[in-house]
Design a protein around this ligand. Structure first.
Ligand code: IYR
Length: 233
């Protein structure tokens, strides 16, 4: 995981190489413009439940996963795996298993308050988007790693790290011009079985990825105002 470097471009800290890092310095005006533009674009992002089946080049998926994998992580352990499902039969299998769990959740596991809180989103146990979208990305967190002798080594801040990587993933998807949904059928262990993941991986998030459907509607909801989410001290 280390990069090749020239002798001049590093210092030694406790015997470890630290490489030179530079970043462009913008004027205040540029900072304001760049941050505003970024906000305006990302404020357009919505969770989407209606996908087109239009194909998307796998290279786009590779790029967004490379972006997700740039997220910070505890001790740089990068405790995540992104499984990309494009096979129709597998997508169907995942849809069936997800809907089975969702049905139990909607019918018995979720509280009345929870169901009430979801009413305005118009969700139910049917998840056709799991088959329509050209790709599903199943994100797995890795609580520990095995070394070559089969010994276990823990990872750190695994939920935070996987959550950050998913945030990066979602922004990369939006930035590419595609859409997604943070889908969390619960429990999600069926994904580990269907995808035959190793026993150091736990299903974390399932995201359909693709173009939005021709006619897409989203709930009429907005963001909290800045004064509610930002406190300056
Ligand atoms: N997982 C279910 C229910 C659900 C739960 C929350 I919290 C949401 O914000 C949306 C849906 C489903 O996907 O339908």
């Amino acid at each position: 995981m280390n990069n090749e470097i020239n002798k001049e471009d590093y210092i030694l800290v406790d015997g470890f190489k630290h490489v030179k890092y530079t970043q462009e310095v913008y004027t205040n005006e540029e900072l304001i413009n760049r941050s505003k533009k970024y906000y305006n674009y990302f404020n357009k992002r919505r969770s989407i439940r209606h996908f087109s089946d239009k194909e998307v080049p796998i290279e786009v998926i590779e790029n967004i996963i490379k972006t997700a994998s740039t997220a910070p992580s505890g001790a740089n352990k990068q405790p995540w795996t992104f499984c990309v499902i494009k096979n129709e039969a597998l997508k169907k299998k995942i849809r069936i298993a997800a809907e089975e769990e969702e049905k139990k959740s909607y019918e018995a596991r979720m509280s009345d308050e929870w169901l009430e809180d979801l009413k305005h989103l118009g969700t139910d146990a049917n998840k056709p988007f799991l088959e329509t979208a050209p790709y599903l990305i199943a994100v797995f967190k890795r609580p520990f790693e095995y070394d070559k002798y089969g010994n276990k080594h823990q990872n750190y801040y695994v939920n935070e790290s996987a959550g950050l990587a998913c945030g990066f993933l979602i922004s990369a998807i939006h930035n590419a011009g595609l859409a997604t949904l943070t889908h969390t059928p619960s429990p999600m262990r069926f994904l580990e079985k269907i995808l035959e993941r190793p026993d150091n991986e736990r299903a974390f998030l399932l995201l359909p990825v693709g173009f939005i459907a021709k006619k897409t509607y989203v709930p009429n909801i907005g963001r909290k105002p800045l004064k509610e989410v930002m406190k300056v001290y």
